[in-house]
Write a protein that binds this ligand. Structure first.
Ligand SMILES: Nc1nc2c(ncn2[C@@H]2O[C@H](COP(=O)(O)OP(=O)(O)OP(=O)(O)O)[C@@H](O)[C@H]2O)c(=O)[nH]1
Ligand SMILES: C[S@@+](CC[C@H](N)C(=O)[O-])C[C@H]1O[C@@H](n2cnc3c(N)ncnc32)[C@H](O)[C@@H]1O
Ligand code: SF4
Ligand code: SF4
Length: 334
């Protein structure tokens, strides 16, 4: 890897042009697969990135080849200075996107349009209000669902993330696909991944193959159309013939896509995570505040990236991931 390429290339030749920035550790929902039951110890405010630090750090990534930034959290729209951050990032030649639980999106439609944030991934795990209450511990289904419809109506590029859990929402797979009949959205079924405090176990996992089996039971094989993978994809996508939308499966557990990984992550307290499952982190915020050359710090972090995520070594079973020490998902941001 050499700096002269101006692209963050790791030792396996993967170029990192996609930066995921977690803006906040807090959330207005409590999804059981993400937020530990008793919450997480929150970083003191003075150790979180300020809006100008987010923009300053992003600028260095952009200079080094990042052309896509996804804002996440916690719930990114809870950040009081969200619009300020968005305005700062909009100055760069990057595609800006967001992953949100949608509860607050109606307040930000004008900002999204003003700063050309068109790609909005929304988490919605069920179409049933009671189940929504169970999984998020908040009685907010109507708000979330109305806002998904609003985003579609306003013409945003909407993907809906559905984490599937056995005996909970796996029986809604077909309902979600039927939602794509008249709505031009991409539904993504996500395999449940293990993180600190989320009580992962294999029996709750609904695998890529199980999802496809459900789809094949319902639709004729000639009506299930496979869509060519996007570059650096997370989801393998399909659509049902003549439906307005599409659906995909993110199989991070049973069939990960590390060979095409182009992602690097920044946590709200300014740590670089070079992989979703990495246990070592690089303290970029302290380096910035110390006046160090953060370009060097970023390159070193990229160089340390492993070929595949932990738990996927040649002889390991994916269950090893559940024993693997990592953060809680809420402080990583997906
Ligand atoms: N294993 C793995 N999973 C990922 C990665 N990026 C995203 N995911 C998972 O994919 C799910 C959806 O993530 P999103 O935040 O919507 O982002 P995305 O899939 O990168 O979205 P696009 O930019 O639209 O492709 C989350 O559960 C993430 O944890 C990754 O690099 N590795
Ligand atoms: C951590 S959330 C942050 C952004 C925002 N609050 C939201 O929910 O969209 C980002 C993504 O991670 C996904 N996620 C959280 N925990 C997960 C887990 N254990 N396995 C798979 N995906 C998970 C969520 O479904 C969401 O799509
Ligand atoms: S998945 Fe998103 S909405 Fe749910 S608890 Fe995690 S951060 Fe909050
Ligand atoms: S698990 Fe790590 S290396 Fe694999 S795709 Fe995700 S972030 Fe990239």
């Amino acid at each position: 890897m050499s700096k002269t390429t101006e692209i963050l290339t790791d030792t396996f030749g993967r170029q990192h042009n996609y930066l995921r920035i977690s803006l906040i550790e807090k959330c207005n929902l409590r999804c059981t697969y993400c937020m530990p039951e008793h919450g997480v110890p929150l970083t003191p405010k003075e150790n979180l990135m300020t809006s100008s630090e987010v923009v300053e750090i992003a600028k260095v990534f952009v200079k080094n080849g990042v052309n896509k930034i996804r804002l996440t959290g916690g719930e990114p729209l809870l950040r009081k200075d969200f619009s300020e951050i968005l305005a700062g990032l909009a100055e760069f030649p990057v595609q800006i996107s967001i992953t949100t639980n949608a509860i607050l999106v109606d307040r930000f439609i004008d900002d999204f349009k003003k700063y050309d944030l068109r790609d909005i991934n929304v988490s919605l795990d069920t179409l049933n209000p009671e189940k929504f209450n169970t999984i998020t511990k908040r009685n907010q289904f109507d708000k979330a669902f109305e806002n998904v419809l609003l985003l579609i109506k306003e013409g945003f590029n909407v993907k809906v993330n559905v984490v599937l859990l056995n005996d909970f929402n796996e029986n809604e797979i077909i309902n979600f696909i039927e939602f794509t009949k008249n709505n031009a959205v991409n539904i993504r079924f996500i395999e449940f991944m293990p993180f600190s405090g989320n009580s992962w176990d294999k029996s709750k996992l609904v695998s890529y193959q199980q999802i496809l089996d459900r789809v094949s039971d319902k639709y004729k094989s000639e009506d299930i159309i496979s869509i060519k993978n996007e570059q650096n994809f997370t989801a393998r996508n399909f659509k049902i013939k003549d439906y307005a939308g599409s659906f995909g499966i993110i199989s991070s557990v049973t069939n990960p896509f590390c060979d095409v990984c182009n992602r690097i992550r920044l946590t709200a307290n300014g740590k670089i995570k070079n992989c979703l499952f990495s246990t070592s982190e690089t303290d970029l915020l302290t380096a910035l505040r110390n006046g160090d050359n953060i370009e060097d710090v970023i390159y070193t972090a990229v160089t340390k990236k492993k070929a595949v995520r932990a738990g996927m070594d040649e002889n390991a079973d994916f269950e090893d991931l559940s024993n693997h020490h990592n953060r809680s998902m809420i402080t990583i941001g997906g």
